[in-house]
Design a protein around this ligand. Structure first.
Ligand code: ZN
Length: 168
């Protein structure tokens, strides 16, 4: 499963064209939403309901209630959904393998067979920690970096924005 860097790139790539404004703040906002699902590590329920299409739908509702702006809500839901997609495409090495991608419809854990992204180790005491994670990060940057760059490049980066602001 990708690192926070990979998820940040995924969030920006997925939400950028949907966002009503495109600025450096928007990049930060979408990156944060793209990586936010892994905050479930704090409560010890990693890859559960936070890693699902249901959570992406809840993100849509919460952001829509906050901003009353459909485009911000769609951008946030896409950024959150990118996390679910990237983890599904990744490699999980701890049971239960995968993520609860279809919650609340299903509480099963799902992972693709592609294993596009290597597993990220949180076992910092192991000797291979740095090498394995740097290699995984490099793969994420090679795959996701050009996509993020292309999306921002083609849609433009403007200075005017207020992520979360009430704009029509
Ligand atoms: Zn995750």
């Amino acid at each position: 499963m990708p690192s926070p860097v990979g998820h940040a790139l995924g969030g920006v790539t997925a939400g950028w064209t949907l966002a009503p404004s495109r600025s450096v703040k928007t990049v930060g906002w979408l990156a944060a939403v793209g990586a936010a699902a892994d905050l479930d590590l704090v409560i010890g329920a990693h890859r559960g309901p936070t890693h699902s299409i249901g959570a992406a739908a809840l993100t849509f509702l919460l952001v829509w209630m906050w901003t009353r702006n459909l485009r911000w809500a769609l951008a946030a839901a896409a950024a959150w959904g990118s996390h679910v997609l990237l983890d599904w495409l990744g490699t999980d090495t701890s049971a239960p393998v995968g993520e609860m991608a279809l919650w609340p419809y299903s509480r099963g854990y799902f992972e693709s067979r592609l294993h596009l992204f290597p597993a990220i180790s949180r076992r910092y005491w192991l000797p291979e920690f740095w090498v394995a994670n740097l290699k995984a990060l490099a793969i994420e940057l090679v795959i996701l970096g050009p996509m993020t760059w292309a999306v921002i490049r083609t849609s433009g980066l403007r200075k005017t924005s207020r992520p979360g602001g009430r704009r029509a």
